[in-house]
Design a protein around this ligand. Structure first.
Ligand code: ATP
Ligand code: MG
Length: 470
């Protein structure tokens, strides 16, 4: 193991890191310099190189005005020209697109949501001053070796510490999203938040509450998918008051004790499940919300132990509400809500194949990978009887996969009849009765796969029609 690098070590690291900058990006920097402009890499990519992390995008900051940049490159798109940003396209690969932003300061943030105006500047240090955290306010030109670090960002990286540029309260009042970004960076990078910066989060919550929830969602997703242990950031969200502004329902699980099969209360269990879950969006969101319904249905059972009957049903509704609030795409919301709804039934060896197929249909074949990922994390996150739980899950998995391999009919599209034939048999046009009938046929076929033939199913439709004439 390397000891923790010092600031000096990091400066040396940066001086030798030019070869980590893609040739396309170096070319852009060289072109700007040839034309007499200043140009630097700045922000996340410099921070990530110092941390030996893979930088996702290399952002260039320059003294050249947007119109000057547009004239210098052949394939260039004015992607955010009102903010001074253009994108140079040098090839098809993502790393062959380079964003170039003119040095800028920001006018006043009047509403804590977005700056009212943008001013273009000729000086990189003023540009660095408008950035959120010192670790994100370092500029570096890999061609000349010029490093600008006016706020001590390299030292902050060495101390693994997040600190606002300037006065934290002021910076958080300008843009209410910054506190959540601080927490997100702490979680993803495994850093601490410097005391004054952390303090300011609680003191500016009313500004955070005004931030567009789409922006909150972006940071939450990065926190969940980018952190080795998202619980670090989620606990910070809970402790600082941020969580209360966008998902207060989750806070109800704090201190809520569970039954003897659980080692932790609802919140801490949830944190273990999120940490142990595969880093996929649907899985991590389902992990975060799988028990959100528990506080609403908690009761004390006969043996004095808490019970949470139907928490998966209540939880699916709450998860849907919260994800809608955060403007997640419909498909993601439906997938997560379904995982939450199906996370709580218990498989036993006595199940016949029909029961296995009915549960498989509820989960959905396409959602099986996510289902197993969540179930496994949930079992491990109980902290008790983990081996028995995993063995039970492996048995269920074997039976589910056996049905998938048998190509059993598991969806409406697997039925031997379609909507048109059902309409003919019912003697009516499109309407809710058609879907209802198809669903009833599927339920029948899940129990009696041998009946999945056209004649048999149409006979069943006939029977249904006679027994409930409309
Ligand atoms: P990553 O892309 O890994 O999430 P990043 O640091 O590149 O991290 P971005 O959101 O891509 O983050 O922003 C790029 C840079 O722009 C940041 O490093 C920071 O310097 C600046 N920045 C972004 N958002 C803000 C903000 N809300 N306030 C001030 N500066 C910001
Ligand atoms: Mg970035």
């Amino acid at each position: 193991m390397n000891p923790q690098p010092t600031r000096r070590d990091l400066e040396t690291r940066l001086a030798g890191a030019a070869d980590q900058v893609p040739p396309a990006v170096q070319g852009v920097l060289a072109r700007l310099a040839q034309a007499g402009h200043e140009a630097f890499l700045a922000g996340g990519c410099v921070r990530d190189i110092l941390l030996r992390r893979v930088a996702d995008d290399f952002d260039v900051a320059t003294s050249a005005r947007p119109d000057e940049v547009l004239r210098l490159f052949e394939h260039v798109v004015p992607t955010g020209i009102q903010h001074g940003t253009v994108t140079v396209i040098l090839g098809r690969e993502p790393h062959e697109k380079v964003e170039i932003t003119t040095f800028r300061g920001e006018g006043e943030y009047l509403d804590g949501r977005r700056p009212e105006s943008v001013r273009f500047l000729r000086d990189i240090e003023e540009d660095l001053a408008r950035r959120d955290f010192t670790i994100n306010a370092i500029a570096w030109n890999p061609l000349s070796g010029d490093v600008r670090d006016p706020f001590g960002g390299i030292g902050a990286i060495a101390r693994r510490s997040i600190r606002a540029v300037g006065t934290p309260q002021e910076r958080f009042r300008e843009d209410g999203l910054r506190p959540l970004r601080a927490v997100r960076f702490a979680s993803v990078l495994g850093f601490g938040i410097e005391e004054a910066t952390r303090q300011a989060i609680g003191e500016t919550l009313e500004v955070f509450r005004k931030v567009a929830l789409e922006r909150v969602r972006v940071e939450l997703v990065k926190l969940l998918l980018g952190s080795a242990r998202p619980s670090r950031g989620l606990n910070l969200c809970a402790d600082t008051g941020l969580l209360g502004a966008f998902a207060p329902e989750l806070l109800e699980g704090r201190g809520l004790a569970q039954n003897r099969y659980h080692r932790w209360d609802v919140w801490d269990h949830t944190m273990h499940v999120v940490d142990r879950s595969a880093p996929r969006l649907v899985v991590r969101l389902a992990a975060l919300f799988h028990d959100v319904g528990k506080p609403r249905v908690a009761e004390v059972g006969p043996a004095g132990e808490p019970t949470f009957y139907s928490h998966e049903v209540v939880g699916a509704v709450l998860a849907e509400q919260i994800l809608e609030r955060l403007r997640f795409p419909r498909r993601t919301i439906d997938q997560v809500a379904r995982q939450v709804r199906e996370h709580n039934w218990h498989y036993t060896l006595e199940w016949n194949d029909g029961a296995v197929r009915r549960h498989l249909e509820r989960v959905g074949v396409d959602a099986l990978d996510d289902f197993f990922a969540l179930r496994e994390a949930d079992i491990v996150g109980r902290g008790r009887q983990v081996q028995a739980g995993l063995k039970n899950l492996a048995e269920l998995k074997a039976r589910f996969l056996a049905e998938v391999e048998k190509e059993s009919a598991l969806e409406i599209s697997d039925l031997a009849v379609g909507g048109r034939e059902v309409m003919e048999a019912l003697g009516q046009g499109p309407g809710p009765a058609v879907g209802e009938t198809l669903r009833a046929l599927l339920q029948h076929v899940l129990d009696h796969p041998e009946d999945n033939s056209r004649d048999k199913l149409l006979a069943l439709v006939g029977e249904r029609k006679r027994s409930s004439p409309s």
